[in-house]
Write a protein that binds this ligand. Structure first.
Ligand code: ARG
Length: 457
């Protein structure tokens, strides 16, 4: 007999039972469901619905059920649909009359919202911890590579000299935003929906604030209809995960290029690469490729939840049950990817010589050469043209900047003096950049020191 079986004459079609069951995946909510039921039980005792005796029986039985689930001896069956019905049915088996009172003033509609919010409060903290791990890893690497110079790219073309440290800090700030985003999202999740019932609240004198305090929520939901139909917090959580995945995917893409045979700026640790079944020499960056691939599936999770919600009338509709698979998938994937990414960052080795050579074999100091002329009063647009013509000339003659003589330079502008060579030296450039946030030794040092404080507090 199903808990809702009263008004039905016939049996549910077994096909529908299987079709509508969510137990295969929503059993992940069991701990939160039990904790929520315990708080509800205590509240029912306070308002006189349950005797002290009944309250104790229920709490003890819920503990037993938790153990049964954790020991793997709990029987799941699709005829009981979801985790809420499984736990309640088992509770009634164990406690009889007392267990039958547990669902007073409660619906699975507010219960599932509560469970999902509790799950997210717990899980997003773990995601946040993993993000902190990655932040610390990036910061450590950045500190180690403070002196390492490398080309900075736009359009995948060498653009201006930077340090590897500055590059790593760029990702550091991306992931720091992800962490702050999660903290904001957590504030939106911290709302206690129980007491909203199926959609309209209850004539029972439920003490919602007691349950809120018991479960450690910041506030209770304002509107019972909104409470049970709202999944904005699920969208937010998946969005937070998708954003972090997108960032990891970009970093993966970079590191795949940087570890290619052509660039060979970094070597990835053996432990995070795999070989080929045919080509004996291969070492493939699979971990990074998988992060890049998995990012697309988490982004799809975000599409899924949006499209589940966009056509739903007030209030609860069974479509909402479909929120869990994308949500769980997004959270699990971002957690695992962060752990793998952190290992990649810690284990990769920078080839400082190759990075430096890539800087020296380039016309990247053209910018600083134009700025040299600008500092001598040449309008920038004109200086840009002069240096542009110089680069074209060098390219045609196959001559790198470092072989330029002052005689050649003077042909392009009489304002060039010998000191121009000092100002286009990569080291000098990294010393001379003056703007806040610039790729300069000083600014990167400042960022690292400030962020050490952030990471250790
Ligand atoms: N398993 C359902 C879900 O995840 C719980 C709520 C079911 N409510 C209902 N009226 N059928 O959404």
């Amino acid at each position: 007999m199903k808990p809702w079986g009263g008004r039905f004459k016939g049996k549910t079609d077994p096909l529908l039972e299987r079709f509508s069951a969510s137990i295969d995946y929503d059993q992940a909510l069991y701990r939160y469901d039990i904790e929520g039921s315990k708080a509800h039980t205590e509240m029912l005792n306070r308002i006189g619905v349950l005797t002290k005796e009944e309250m104790k029986d229920i709490a003890a039985a819920l503990d037993e059920i938790q153990k049964e689930i954790e020991m793997g001896i709990f029987t799941f069956s699709s005829s009981l649909e979801d985790i809420h019905m499984h736990i309640e049915a088992r509770l009634i088996e164990k406690t009889g009359e007392a267990g039958k009172k547990l669902h007073t003033g409660r619906s699975r509609n507010d219960q599932v919202s509560l469970d999902t919010r509790m799950y997210l409060k717990d899980q997003l903290k773990r995601v946040e911890e993993s993000l902190m791990g990655l932040l610390k890893g990036l910061l450590q690497k950045a500190e180690k590579e403070k002196e390492t110079i490398m080309p900075g790219y736009t359009h995948m073309q060498k653009a201006q000299v930077v340090t590897f440290s500055h590059y790593l800090m760029a990702y550091y700030y991306m992931f720091k935003r992800d962490r702050e985003r999660l903290q904001n999202i957590l504030r939106g999740i911290d709302v206690m929906p129980l007491g909203s019932g199926a959609l309209a609240g209850s004539t029972m004198p439920l003490d919602r604030d007691f349950v809120r305090k018991k479960l450690g929520f910041a506030r209770v939901s304002e509107n019972s209809m909104d409470s049970v139909s709202d999944r904005d917090f699920v969208v937010d959580a998946i969005y937070g995960a998708a954003m972090a995945m997108m960032h990891m995917s970009r970093l993966s893409e970079d590191l795949i290029i940087f570890s290619s045979n052509e660039a060979a700026f970094v070597a990835l640790p053996d432990a995070l690469c795999t070989g080929s079944s045919l080509m004996p020499h291969k070492k493939n960056p699979d971990a990074l490729e998988l992060i890049r691939g998995k990012a697309s599936r988490v982004i799809s999770d975000l599409f899924s939840i949006f499209t589940i919600l966009k056509g739903l009338p007030m209030t609860y509709n069974r479509d909402l049950q479909e929120d869990k698979e994308p949500l769980f998938h997004a959270i699990e994937t971002v957690k695992e990817s962060l752990a793998v990414m952190t290992l990649c960052i810690a284990g990769m080795k920078a080839d400082r010589k190759r990075m430096e050579r890539a800087v020296r074999e380039s016309y990247m100091p053209a910018v600083e050469m134009a700025e040299y002329l600008t500092l001598k009063g040449v309008p920038f647009r004109e200086a840009h043209g002069i240096v542009g013509r110089l680069v074209r000339d060098c390219e045609e003659k196959g001559k790198p900047f470092k072989n330029l003589t002052i005689t050649t330079l003077k042909k392009f502008s009489p304002l060039f003096e010998k000191d121009v060579f000092a100002s286009i030296d990569p080291q000098a450039i990294l010393k001379n950049r003056k703007t806040e946030g610039a790729a300069s030794f000083k600014e990167v040092e400042r960022q690292i020191n400030a962020e050490k404080v952030y990471c250790n507090r």
